[in-house]
Design a protein around this ligand. Structure first.
Ligand SMILES: NC(=O)c1ccc[n+]([C@@H]2O[C@H](COP(=O)([O-])OP(=O)(O)OC[C@H]3O[C@@H](n4cnc5c(N)ncnc54)[C@H](O)[C@@H]3O)[C@@H](O)[C@H]2O)c1
Length: 461
């Protein structure tokens, strides 16, 4: 099967590479000449575990190639996937569909013979209808079927998710299109993967409803975490106790600094707008969006609370900038709002991230970027764990304590156990569990080494 993948970002590149790995002939197309140039030289423009090998192998086998222009590749394609971005429109939070509609017009000019045009991007209900209308407006004699086939992959685990999906949703009432989609995903039929056929509008809404539900689950446990802190309960145990109920499940019940990333925030906003446009206010999601926005900045107040609210002149070391581990994606990451708030409070910020620093340097030039977690901790008054990268899970606590000016850790991902940090002489704050604050700000180097002031003076927050 010949496939044109238009848009070579996280979704387009991973999907294109995996479809080539299934045995199809795939051309990944992108307007970004730098990105395509890099890919043609064998460089992978994003950080996604395992992607480099799949791209390399399939380029070598001549099943995967890259191009800037779509005409020739769309003309010869059986299936054309649209995987361009649908970011929030600046003024009102609606999904910006201009990239999608530009592609639709270009595709209309290029198609030849029966072609299935597949919206893989996350698009609001009715977008596929509009894509079809645009194509027929440009080329009344075109023979196309427009299908919704939303993508559910998670960055950081995208290849596994693409190759072992929980379900593949196909929205179409065109039998020829369904046959093509069945052929595209046929290699997956060895696994018990449910192909879920439905209407286009339903498929479009499934994607938004799924993301909105997950975002709601995260926000729910974050608010429960705040309550746990006030009443002396442990949110991790609450989450487990709740999640062991099969009706609820344990996933997406990890309290933290609020959700970020390229999907949840913008998709929640877009679904709220869709609801408003149809006179169906989605009140739960409105609350989710507001609570989550406020939460990211509130995390800076958690840091300030360790110094009785006075952060001016303090140096704060931030570990983890990306919105989650195993990606270099910084879009709407909690670190951005947190660091802005820390700067607003007069703190100096140092930071380290295993994959996100190149992008962060562009977006946050005031931050001092470091070579490693330990380099970052050196001389810091507080260390904040924002993203739970594997390498931050087993830090040498003795070494950290000796490097820091004051032994204060704010663990926004609950990576460490409070007793453990207390034992090592740290003042420690986490999310939804007992925190320990002490006179850490006044601790001398010798006291730090002996762990005197920090352990004796600690009190439960
Ligand atoms: N990132 C994820 O984890 C994820 C998961 C599921 C669904 N999605 C959805 O998939 C879509 C794409 O997301 P992404 O994260 O891959 O976006 P991205 O921003 O990483 O990539 C989009 C790419 O499209 C290219 N592009 C824009 N207009 C173009 C045009 N006219 N012709 C060719 N290329 C063009 C851009 O240059 C860019 O490289 C979005 O709708 C998103 O919501 C993303």
């Amino acid at each position: 099967m010949r496939i044109a993948m238009i848009g070579t970002g996280y979704v387009g590149l991973v999907s294109g590479a995996c479809l080539a790995d299934f045995g199809h002939h795939v051309v990944c197309i992108d307007k970004d000449t730098k990105k395509i140039g890099a890919l043609q030289r064998g460089e992978i423009p994003i950080y996604e575990p395992g992607l480099q090998d799949i791209v390399r192998n399939n380029v070598r086998e001549a099943r995967l190639s890259f191009a800037n222009e779509l005409q020739e590749h769309v003309r010869s394609a059986d299936a054309v996937f649209i995987a361009v971005g649908t970011p929030s429109r600046r003024d009102d939070g609606h999904a910006d569909l201009s990239y999608i509609y530009d592609v639709a017009r270009e595709v209309a000019a290029a198609v030849d013979g029966f072609t299935v045009v597949i919206a893989k991007s996350t698009v609001p209900v009715g977008t596929c209808d509009e894509i079809q209308r645009l194509i027929y407006q440009e080329r009344p004699n075109a023979d196309v079927a427009v299908v919704s086939n939303p993508e559910f992959m998670r960055e950081g685990a995208a290849i596994r998710d693409f190759k072992f999906p929980d379900r593949i949703v196909v929205g179409s009432d065109d039998e020829r299109a369904k046959t093509v989609l069945a052929e595209v995903y046929r290699p997956l039929s060895l696994n018990p993967v449910p192909m879920f056929y439905t209407t286009r509008r339903t498929a479009e809404l499934i994607k938004y409803a799924a993301n909105a539900f997950l975002a709601t689950k995260i926000t729910f446990i974050n608010e429960i975490a705040d309550l746990c802190e006030k009443v002396g309960a442990d949110v991790q145990e609450v989450a487990r106790g709740v999640g062991l109920d099969n009706r609820i499940g344990t996933k997406f019940l990890h309290a933290g600094p609020g959700f970020g990333g390229s999907c949840f925030p913008k998709d929640v906003r877009a679904l709220i707008k869709t609801g408003q446009d149809h006179d169906v206010p989605l009140r739960i999601l409105e609350a989710v969006a507001t609570v989550n926005d406020n939460r990211k900045r509130a995390m800076a107040r958690k840091v300030a609370a360790m110094f009785s609210g006075a952060l001016r002149g303090k140096t704060v070391a931030v570990l983890g900038l990306t919105f989650k581990p195993n990606t270099d994606d910084l879009r709407e990451a909690p670190s951005l709002a947190l660091i802005t708030a820390l700067h607003d409070m007069g703190a100096h910020v140092r930071a380290f991230d295993p994959a996100g620093m190149a992008q962060a340097q562009v977006q946050m030039p005031k931050v001092a970027y470091c070579e490693s977690a330990y380099d970052c901790a050196e001389g810091a008054d507080a260390l904040v764990i924002v993203t739970e990268w594997e390498q931050f899970r087993a830090l040498d606590l003795e070494r950290l304590r000796d490097l820091m000016a004051t032994p204060v850790i704010v663990d926004l991902r609950n990576v460490y156990r409070p007793e453990e940090l207390q034992r090592h002489g740290f003042a420690y704050a986490c999310v939804g569990r007992q925190s320990y604050a002490g006179p850490a700000a006044g601790t001398s180097a010798s006291q730090k080494r002996e762990g005197i002031a920090t352990t004796r003076g600690l009190h439960s927050l």
